[in-house]
Design a protein around this ligand. Sequence first.
Ligand code: NAP
Length: 246
Amino acid sequence: MLKGKIAIVTGAGRGIGQAIALALAEQGAEIVLSDISVDFLKDTEAQIKALGKSGCLLTQANVTIGDEVNEVVKKALDTYGKVDILVNNAGITRDNLMAMMAEKDWDDVLSTNLKSVFLMTKACSRTMVKQRFGSIVNIASVVGIMGNAGQANYSASKAGVIAFTKTTAKELAKRNIRANAIAPGFIRTPMTDKLSAEQKQKIQEWIPLGRMGEPKEIADVAVFLASDASRYVTGQVIVVDGGLLM
Ligand code: NAP
């Protein structure tokens, strides 16, 4: 399905990013793995090799820093000559009630979750425009649509990702570049491992399908959006949350 395609995945060292990298590789894409720590990436690389692939490109970068982001894209182009798919997945939480939230926690979340999407999209769009082809998949969140007490910074960043996705979809459509977002609900990853057993129990009770999601369940939708199967889909937000938001 993705043979011959080159994909960059940020935050690919674990959780949803790792699952997306594996799923894209499984469909035949060559993967540029990027994360702030190269140690986690080695695990993703080993799993990709176990699929029978010869390897992938490992790039260490902090997605909040423009020069580091540009270097990832440069390495991808030096190695593969093009970038077809960009998955903006890296993200963090720094939860607190808004009235208690530290300014630094606001800034860190906004720059990791939202500024990063601008930096990476801008860097990849140059080559995608030249190619007249590209699929950008941004990982947002249901809380970017519905809000969530204790996540003013995070929900604002994800609402920003959704608006940014729609704007880039409009700006780049004429060059045959699509941009879509996935809004996951609660997914079992290191990010949600931090929740207490009681919080997890409560969350499960809210979800009509009665359980948290698995990273692979987000990755399967990312493969659809990255591939030509979704060639007439752009500017959309696909909610993948077990029915939490409806
Ligand atoms: P995760 O397990 O914490 O993984 C996030 C990855 O991003 C980690 O490898 C992390 O590296 C990396 N990262 C963090 N800051 C970075 C930076 N400045 N530069 C480069 N990489 C950075 O999180 P996840 O649950 O898989 O979440 C992935 C995405 O899905 C995020 O955008 C998140 O907001 C979104 N999401 C998750 C859920 C959920 O329930 N899990 C729900 C909705 C949306 P370190 O760990 O080394 O910092």
